[in-house]
Design a binder for this molecule. Structure first.
Ligand SMILES: NC(=O)c1ccc[n+]([C@@H]2O[C@H](COP(=O)([O-])OP(=O)(O)OC[C@H]3O[C@@H](n4cnc5c(N)ncnc54)[C@H](OP(=O)(O)O)[C@@H]3O)[C@@H](O)[C@H]2O)c1
Length: 430
């Protein structure tokens, strides 16, 4: 067998320790598939004394992770620190500049600085691999960039954040409100102490920006992603969606339209019969639609030590074998220059719930405003009668433009008879 591939691992937290464990427990199978052993030579983390459940005494220890880029015994640098800037970015840039291939799980870094980092990798002709950065253990990057490489991708969509999917699933199954379920998820360790990256949709947007770059062969463009999280999803809307035949999911969707590339993360109503509607709990899913292949659905664990290590080591096996693909699937000069489509131009169907005073004329006011903005109704549901009190009125629309819907919504919210901020959820025919 050839010379071992010697790696340096920066970050020994959930993912880093998981990678060391996998490489030790599956050493034989990894060596067979890589054509040579994959061995850890050097590591870096903040706390040298912390027990990480894996032996470290035989490894070269670096307090400064950036110094791993210059470690003479290292063939590949594995960045598992996290964060879009700071030591993670410094290490990745230093390693690429030094001609060392990089494997990273860092979606924030790739979403925010991925265009420049990919250019650096290409200019130096150094591989940059990041299977673990999107949907954890699901081989979504490989599927899009390699398995589906022969297709024009029309759309890629996914459940890209396990924390949000877990919260929405518990809210539906137990008819509970968001804040209560979030607090419990934090206690159980399913949500971070500061959960905003997850529940405000930012983590999903990082991953979607990467998927869109791969699906459409274009530099990553995080700033173009429209982002909404799940804080405003209520148990009532989840129940009403169920009555209408839908589930509410936080999706990331990237689509090629005639006017440009749309990328958006927001709560969606998907038909209960859609495969993605049944992906519950912490699971992730990615759905891609190609012109020759049709629809491909991938589902699995999007986080955790085992699934993420599985993806990191798959990248290491590719590098050991010398299998290298351009970062976004094509050389920089051949990338697609289609413009980003702003959210105002999105066209789709909507679910709208208003809490209105039950009194004559209210429905006429509401439908009048929708008519003024050329929004046609698909269905209307009024639950219960309580003269003089608030009742929910649910409307679903045919396709209309987001800009019209927002203008109508502002007028609806200003009506005396509308008592709370209206709830708006986009309907996706996935
Ligand atoms: N967790 C997942 O399931 C998952 C899934 C997919 C992708 N990812 C990505 O994988 C990466 C790592 O995530 P994680 O969950 O493993 O994070 P984590 O558990 O917080 O571990 C981070 C590691 O980085 C080390 N570190 C932090 N700052 C450092 C510094 N200045 N110098 C040296 N080491 C430093 C920490 O050292 P100490 O241990 O000494 O504090 C720790 O070992 C992130 O980019 C994340 O987005 C994670």
């Amino acid at each position: 067998m050839s010379k071992p591939l010697s790696i340096a691992v920066a970050g020994l937290g959930t993912v880093g320790a998981g990678v060391l464990k996998l490489l030790s427990e599956n050493a034989e199978i990894v060596a067979a598939r890589a054509g040579r052993p994959v061995v850890v030579g050097a590591v870096s983390a903040r706390d040298r004394l912390r027990d990480r459940g894996v032996p470290l005494s035989a490894l070269r220890w670096y307090d400064d992770p950036v110094a791993l880029a210059a470690d003479p015994g290292t063939d590949v640098v594995v960045e598992l620190i996290g964060g879009s800037d700071g030591p993670a970015r410094a290490l990745v840039e230093a390693a690429l500049a030094a001609g060392k291939p990089v494997v990273t799980a860092n979606k924030a870094l790739l979403a925010v600085h991925g265009a420049a980092i990919a250019e650096l990798a290409e200019a130096r002709n150094v591989p940059l691999a990041f299977e673990a950065a999107v949907a954890g253990g699901i081989p979504a990057i490989k599927a899009l960039r390699e398995g589906l490489a022969a297709n024009r991708i029309r759309r890629v969509a996914g459940i890209l954040n396990g924390t949000c999917n877990y919260i929405l699933t518990v809210m539906r199954e137990h008819k509970r409100e968001f804040a209560e379920v979030l607090a419990e998820a934090q206690k159980l360790g399913y949500a971070e102490a500061d959960p905003s990256f997850d529940i405000d949709g930012i983590d999903a947007a990082h991953k979607l920006a990467i998927l869109a770059a791969l699906a459409f062969g274009r530099p990553v463009d995080f700033a173009a992603v429209h982002v909404e999280g799940i804080r405003e999803v209520s148990a009532l809307d989840i129940a009403l969606a169920g009555e209408l035949g839908y589930r509410i999911k936080l999706l990331g969707i990237a689509e090629r339209t005639a006017a440009g590339i749309a990328t958006r993360v927001h709560p969606c109503m998907v038909p209960v019969a859609a495969p993605i509607a049944r992906v519950d709990g912490v699971f992730n899913a990615v759905v891609a639609e190609g012109d020759f292949v049709g629809r491909v659905v991938l589902e699995g664990r999007g986080a955790g030590a085992g699934p993420t290590a599985s993806a990191v080591v798959a990248d290491l096996i590719d590098l050991a074998r010398g299998r290298v693909t351009p970062v976004w699937g094509a050389a920089a000069g051949l990338l697609d220059g289609a413009p980003a489509l702003p959210m105002e131009r999105h066209v789709g169907a909507y679910y709208l719930r208003l809490m209105v005073l039950d009194r004559p004329g209210v429905i006429a006011d509401v439908t009048g405003i929708l008519r003024d903005h050329v929004i046609s109704l698909e269905a209307m549901l009024q639950r219960g009668r309580a003269p003089g009190e608030a009742v929910p009125v649910v409307l679903t629309t045919h396709d209309c433009e987001e800009a019209s819907m927002r203008a109508a919504l502002a007028r609806l919210a200003a009506l005396d008879s509308v008592l709370e901020k209206p709830a708006l959820i986009r309907i996706e025919p996935l």
